[in-house]
Design a protein around this ligand. Structure first.
Ligand code: ASP
Length: 325
């Protein structure tokens, strides 16, 4: 458990926000709306700094571990870019077969080792609850970069930041999530995070990939209107943010089930004709056919901008967690 006291002597230039400093980032449920406002403001400033000077020394001397037990392109490399643009450095372990994990080392022993060398650990692992397990065993902050079908909190933070930047705010919007809502950890975290705002949420999925009932109940308890349907067309015209997800092949135990549902929803330029003129089309990526490349030129296609916002959001998070924002 990350427990560093906020009262140590502060070197010049350090500012420590007790809501973030030294904290593990395990679930979006740990945030209040005010925390997000701070994070998004810092992320906005990070974007300005990157545009102006590219790389700067805010986290000079800080070292991050990127520990990935599952494949990743964006999460892993955006954390690398984030720490390096802030002047820090990173130890990258993304092929655990070449580490002592292949000798049978436990997750706890690996993270306890890495915390001796580095200031924070970004962890992706196939098992739900693994980030919490690692956090319970360590003093340094653990940042959950996806725990199986559980949560992906930093993705939800960057998604919310993207919605805010693209649509000018979050309150009052209708957000439609499409695809694999059962195994998609990004939509699990995003739906939870959106309970901090005044939004309506539509869930569009095949029957076998519906949003987990427990999560729907949790969102309902927060007073959010939700609609579940298998028909995208029935909710598309009222949608401000269309959040498309990949069918998570790797989480199916029965591949024939995957084959049945894999092409359930494909967004094409024709689909976009039925969408609002002012809306944002998002996707956490990778896409494997859910949005055709012909859609990429549509100004409403925000998924690559979403990745850029992701780097700024992760820069802001690292700066706040490491006490320098
Ligand atoms: N990149 C996202 C994740 O790690 C989405 C995906 O893999 O489909 O959850």
């Amino acid at each position: 458990m990350a427990t560093r006291a906020a009262t140590e002597h502060l070197p010049f230039g350090e500012k420590r926000d007790p809501r973030f400093f030294g904290k593990d980032i395990l679930s979006v449920s740990q945030f209040e709306r005010g925390d997000l406002e701070i994070l998004f403001e810092v992320a906005h400033e990070m974007a300005e700094m990157v545009h102006r000077i590219g790389t700067f020394d805010l986290l000079k001397g800080k070292v991050l571990t990127n520990l990935f037990y599952e494949p990743s392109t964006r999460t892993s490399s955006s954390f690398v870019a984030a720490i390096e643009r802030l002047g820090g450095s990173v130890i990258q372990i993304n092929n655990v077969t070449f580490s002592s994990v292949s000798k049978g080392e436990s997750l706890v022993d690996t993270v306890r080792t890495m915390e001796q060398y580095t200031d924070a650990i970004v962890l992706r692992h196939p098992e739900q609850g693994s980030a919490a397990e690692a956090a319970a065993a360590t003093e340094k902050p653990i940042i959950n970069a996806g725990d199986g079908a559980g949560e992906h909190p930093t993705q939800a933070l960057l998604d919310a930041h993207t919605i805010r930047e693209e649509m000018g705010g979050i309150d009052g919007l209708t957000i439609t999530m499409v695809g694999d809502l059962k195994y998609g950890r990004t939509v699990h975290s995003l739906a939870k995070l959106l309970t901090l705002y005044d939004v309506r949420i539509n869930y569009v999925s095949p029957e076998i990939l519906r949003m987990p009932e427990l999560l729907v109940k949790e969102v309902d308890a927060a007073g959010i209107d939700q609609i579940e349907t298998a028909e995208l067309g029935s909710v598309l015209p009222e949608t401000d943010v269309l959040y498309v997800t990949r069918i998570q092949k790797e989480r199916f135990s029965d591949t024939s089930e995957y084959e049945q549902v894999k092409d359930s929803y494909v967004i094409t330029p024709e689909t976009m004709l039925g969408a609002r003129q002012r809306m944002a089309l998002m996707h956490p990526l990778p896409r494997v056919g859910e949005i055709t490349t012909a859609v990429d030129a549509d100004p409403r296609a925000a998924y690559f901008r979403q990745m850029e916002y992701g780097m700024y959001t992760r820069m802001a998070l690292l700066a706040l967690v490491l006490g320098k924002a």
